[in-house]
Design a protein around this ligand. Sequence first.
Ligand code: AMP
Ligand code: GLY
Length: 427
Amino acid sequence: MNILVIGSGGREHALCWAIRKSALCSRLYCAPGNGGIADVAECVALPPADFDAIVAFVREKDIGFVVVGPEDPLVNGLVDRLDAEGIASFGPSAKAAQLEGSKGFTKDLCADWNIPTAAYGRFSDAAAARAFIAEKGAPIVVKADGLAAGKGVIIAMTAGEANAAIDAILGGRFGAAGAEVVIEEFLEGEEASFFALCDGTHVLPLATAQDHKRVFDNDEGPNTGGMGAYSPAPVMTPGLSVRVMREIIEPTVKAMREKGMPFKGVLYAGLMITAEGPKLIEYNARFGDPECQVLMMRLDCDVLPLLMACHDGTLDKASLRWKEEVALTVVMAAQGYPGDYRKNTEIRSLAEAGTEEGVEIFHAGTKAEDGRILSTGGRVLNVTATGRTTAEAQARAYRAVDRVDWPEGFCRRDIGYRAIEREEQNA
Ligand code: AMP
Ligand code: GLY
């Protein structure tokens, strides 16, 4: 069967890398892809927002299954369009993707179904929002309702900061995504991510992971799309995973089915492990980036039947196997990210770096030009390694990082530190 993957990041490189290994996969295409994806798939210059062009390409190349990576085409209805055309795909409908596309939608769903999450209010009126903040006090969290590329969340340590955030969001800083704000209780604890495949009815828990959102070591500096990740997350004990499934994931899938918008695809729960137990911070309706990279490295079975079972409604018959290993990924970003950064700088020695034991280098923002690899984005490479322990995976990943010749890039040097501390305590 011919397969088309939509997207151009490290997540899509990892998905293509895993799908390429499937016995079911004949030709593999990626739209638009990147300089690394071109090694495992045929990259085609189709913008993910051009649904007509995607449908025409699917017909022309006799594609049997489409895997949608990023949130924007999901929230904008690519899967609905493919369904209407009779084309099978992986990912939720636009209505189901509201779990990611509208924070207010998800908070109301949690309230209606008694799913543990931070207490909240939803506002489109600044005066009412200010009154809520005056009543609750700081610290408090202010969020744009819609998709804001990970930048729409402000952790306000004072009421003044919270009010400024309301003015910025309702004043239009995030466009339509900021027509409404969600104001939340500040949760304390350790964060972890939980991934589950869903076919609208059945749920197959995948794995846990932890990422590093801040740009600098010791979790300092501004938030980013993620500077590194590892899986599994030791903070998520088997007992906590059972609770997350029972208290958060399963009620969500049931609620979405009963609301007439069954969720199909991968449900990515961002969690806070509080003193009272796991609470939902947010949902994403897609694989995490760079979390997907570590999940694909750990997976020890064919990924394609799993993705297809989400579409077909046969996840109850699917099975899953993981390597007995940890996977860890270090993001190499362009200097200046998440602020301004240079593009089109050359990256050398990638082939040599990729020969380190247990290492795969996924490209997040590159292009291939005249036999050279050039940076095209803020997050550029995901140097990913497996190991028997997080410490081993980390050492392997940094050995490869150190062989990459890219003076214009940088990375955090402490990815995985929480897990390594736990390993040392348990040793
Ligand atoms: P989100 O985009 O909703 O995942 O929020 C981005 C980040 O903000 C999360 O990963 C948390 O670190 C933080 N955050 C969001 N909501 C809360 C909350 N209610 N309490 C504490 N931290 C939060
Ligand atoms: N790494 C965070 C995300 O994919 O949203």
